[in-house]
Structure formats: C-alpha cells, structure tokens
Design a protein around this ligand. Structure first.
Ligand code: SAH
Ligand code: MG
Length: 202
C-alpha cells in the first residue's frame, strides 16, 4: 500500500531507476541525455552515473520551484524545501548536493528554468529524453509537443508516472505523453518497468 501511495506521488523506486540507468548506459546513438524534472536529483543520479564514464552529458532541467502538487497547502509539500528568503520552494541546493555527493558534477549540467521556454530555444538532438516534469494536463502536453521531436532516430524516450488505471495515479503522463507518442507512429515501446515506459524513436 505504501509503495502504491509513493508511486502515485511520482517517487522513483529502485527497479525503475535501475531500468533508466541501464537504458542510458546502452544507448546506440550519439548525443546528450536530457531529463525534464529533476527535483532533488534522484533520477539524475541514475542517469548521470550511466554517462559519467563517457563523453555524454546529462542535462538536468528544472525550474526548481516545484510542481503544483509540491506547493504549500498541497499534499506533497515539504516545508524544509522552502527558501526562507523568498518564501518559494527551492530544490536547487538539494539537487546540487545530491550530484556532488554522487561524484557526478563532471557529467551533469543543470538547466534551471521553465521547460517550454528552454525547449523553444533548444536545437541539439537528444540520444535520450526522460520526461518527469509537471504532471498537470497542460505541462505534460507541452513537454510532449516541444521535447519529443528532439529525440533522434534510434534514440530513447522515457516517461515516468504512466498510469493506465486512474486508481494508480494521475492521468496526464499517460494521456498527454505516452498515448500521443505511440499514436504519432514515431515511437515504439521497448520496455515497461512499473510506471516507467521506454520508447524508441523509429
Ligand atoms: N525526476 C525526479 C522527480 C521530478 S518531480 C526524480 O525522479 O527524482 C517534478 C519536477 O518537475 C519538480 O521538481 C518541478 O519543479 C519540475 N517542473 C514542473 N514543471 C516544470 C516546468 N514547467 N519547468 C521546469 N521544471 C518543472
Ligand atoms: Mg516521477
């Protein structure tokens, strides 16, 4: 029961993190890995440790102000992640500490800003894209629309918190990212691990 509640909150269990790590380690195309949504750095450690011994970079994108469900008054708010000076959430210091502790500063580059804004300006093809950002309908739709075309042929699209059954968790990653990716004909499913989906760009 606890595991299910945690999954619904978007936490990354070990088996899903390891699947992400293996996927990033075995990419068959050149180019960087980019994750949308880093929070305190857990998924960035799984991905970053897969590329640290190569020339590849992990771009870890997050505005570090938290998603809707992380804000004060919401279920998944953590008061110790609020910056006393601004009164706003700030996960950047925690993220930095995580990456430093894991010895991954050499491979992980933080992109601190709004996902659509960065996507509009992003021109480098990606060997792997991991989407785990805003889980509302509009943010998920924007991440699909703006980021997925940047995955190069043979590259991977990983999506987190994909729940087919509404009882298991929120719908937008399933409805706004996973289903449209398959329907586009540009991606085929290569692996399913918990709420993680791995798709390959054809
Ligand atoms: N991938 C992480 C968890 C990410 S939680 C892990 O598994 O460890 C989702 C994150 O998306 C939050 O940190 C939030 O700040 C970020 N986010 C939500 N909407 C965003 C947006 N429009 N631009 C940038 N980051 C965003
Ligand atoms: Mg998640």
């Amino acid at each position: 029961m606890l595991a299910k509640a945690e999954a619904a909150r978007g936490f990354m269990p070990t088996n899903e993190g390891l699947a992400l790590h293996e996927a990033a380690k075995n990419l068959s195309v050149d180019g960087p890995v980019l994750e949308v949504g880093s929070y305190c750095g857990k998924s960035a450690v799984y991905l970053g440790s897969a590329v640290i011994d190569t020339d590849r970079v992990l771009y870890a994108l997050d505005h570090h102000r938290g998603s809707e469900e992380n804000q004060e008054g919401w279920d998944f708010h953590e008061p110790d992640l609020v910056d006393a000076q601004t009164g706003r959430m700030d996960t950047l210091p925690r993220f930095r500490q995580t990456i430093f502790d894991a010895g991954l500063e050499g491979a992980v580059v933080a992109l601190v800003g709004d996902s659509p804004r960065i996507a509009y300006n992003w021109q480098t093809d990606l060997a792997m894209l991991f989407i785990d950002g805003g889980h509302g309908e509009e943010p998920a739709r924007m991440d699909f629309e703006l980021w997925t075309p940047k995955v190069c042929p043979g590259g991977l699209l990983a999506i987190h918190d994909v729940f087919k059954d509404p009882d298991d968790g929120g719908r937008p990653p399933y409805e706004q990212i996973y289903l449209p990716a398959l329907a586009s004909g540009n991606f085929t499913e290569t692996a399913v691990v918990g709420s993680l989906r791995l798709l390959t760009r054809v």
